[in-house]
Design a protein around this ligand. Sequence first.
Ligand SMILES: [Zn+2]
Length: 722
Amino acid sequence: MWQPRSLEDSATMSVETPSATENKNIHAWDDGGAASAAALTAWVGARLAAHENALARLLAVQGERTPENSLSLYDEAIEQLNLAGAQAGILNSVAEDKGVRDQAQLEAQRVSVAGSALSLNREVYEALVAINVEKASPATKHYLERTLLSYRLAGVDKDQPTRDRLQTLHEKATRLSLEFSRNIQEGGKTIQATADELEGLPADYLARHPFDADGNVVISTDPPDMQPVMTFAANSSLRERMFLAYNTRAYPANRQVLLDLLATRQEIASILGFRSWADLATADQMMQSAANVRTFLEKLNEASRDGAKHEHKLVLDFARERHGNLKEIDITSRGYWYEQFRRAAFDFDSQSVRPYFPYAQVEAGVLKTAAQLFKVEFRRSQATAWHRSVSVFDVFEGGVHVGRFYLDMHPREGKDKWFSAAPVVTGVRGRVIPEAALICNFPGGDEEPVLLTPQQLETLSGEPEHIPQQQHELEARAAEAERRASQQTPRDPGLLQYSDVVTFFHEFGHLMHAILGGHTEWVGLSGFATEGDFIEVPSQMLEEFFRDEKLLQSFAKHYETGEVLPSETIKKMKHAGSFGRADWVRSQLYYTTLSLDLHDQDPTKLDLDEITKRLYQSLQPWTWADGNRMYASFGHLTGYSSNYYTYAFDKVIALDFFGQFDPKDLLGCEAGARYRKTVIEQGGSKPGRQLVRDFLGRDEEFSAFSKWLNEEFEEQVVAGVR
Ligand SMILES: [Zn+2]
């Protein structure tokens, strides 16, 4: 089996001691914080003490205030807060021990409380107002301006009782947000399936799900378990059970938590003189107001309406032809029929490419792409992380250590079930080396190895055929028996779906933003410190690289035979992948409108079930499924609140950006270096609007997005398909 040799090799050649490890106390786990709740509390406590200490020194400054004597101390306070918040957040998602995860949640809350206290601290605000920035750099001026704006938006100029009330409300909102997330994280469910309900599921999936004594298998709502059911399972009852289990993970608990959170946010907005939370939450964003978001959503609506209708009709007609009495396709069957349609229309079975995407190869491929694009080098590091299964890499540029990242890529008991990138240590030029992490749940990396028989592997490619249940059972049992008999069983190769590979590119885009944007003048401008509604640009930009054939073939090789993914298959995969884009935009429109509407009206009059269903029916052609409580597990409502529009808005920008690259030489063309310099390296040193103009030479336009949206029809790849 293929291994990422070059990376392993370079690690053994590496002799430098990464300077990041010389910085004391920057990792909670080095002080025992990943294994002991008490150690974590002590570590966070020390960070918060250092934070307070920096603020005290800031207030004690005598004479004229300058960036050097005052902003630097404010930035030091932010640095400690970032450090504590980032790592408490990570350990809340990934710590092995439930006691540590629980404590990490409390610690994250404690950090957040300190953050909101800082945002309402009038003495600090006045100290910052007094700073003379006449001779300062544009980045410093921008930092100060933005910080003062956030102070005013927080209500620092209100009287003491009002500020006390705001502080109480912020603390309440933080507590409710964490509770909402934790309920989702720990609300995982399982369903049971009988052998004959498993038709259509891949063989390696079946091998991972052995039958119990009663002949049933247990399937969880974790994405690697859930997604194949929604995409491949031919049995509609199984899909429906899985859909409802998945969309009620945190129901009913999160229903009231969400209502309370929305009410708390609305009260904060009202105190601050805003009509709604959505207006407050967009005031310091690129978008600036809820009204501007609505204008943007109207454009999205226009751009996607006809295409989505067309797609829906094609899929529905196709399904009706195969199921005579089928009247409509409901939300629980949409993924399945899409897959069936794609197979027929494009002669493409998404399972057929999975053997070309074993996890380890994809990892190496994504790393290689990023290394070439950004002209850096990744070397495996021996540094410790929070869990033994995490791989650590150091980033070098011209022999200089410029960053470190952690890949925690596979599911574990109790671990957060989604895919995300997170800062670990916020970097700053010349002093702190940036570190970031990916927390994902890709298949593979099992500690319990699974063996696939050659027969099982065969069924991974080609058209799906009906396998009698006994054979399923037989194969699964044979695999199990062989696994037990063999002393050296191979690990699960972790065959990814191509959408997983796109996700990997996406998250890696975030990671590079944190690392390469982590060398700014101030900690408060580092990496992700752009406006929140710019943050999905670098990630969605990198996603587009997946479309490049040459690049794909550099790593997509059959994990057994080594055969390169054939060009013909890639063409089909791309055609199949571009089908459904308008429908995808409509689902983004749905999530976005929901996120906005929940935060743009009186929360006491909200009926969550009514609004989610009504919006769905007005924006989606698929039939609603009763019992769907998706709002209870819509995790982005905590972080993005009203601003889920970020994904769609940034997609428009990302596609315009990607249009600057030479399609014949994506990794070598001049746009790569220019993109890195004008966008990625800037972190939050400039307003997002300026970053767009610096790279494009103008504001973003809808044209690249519309072209991308209609590619499937323009190329007439679906013409004549029935
Ligand atoms: Zn993202």
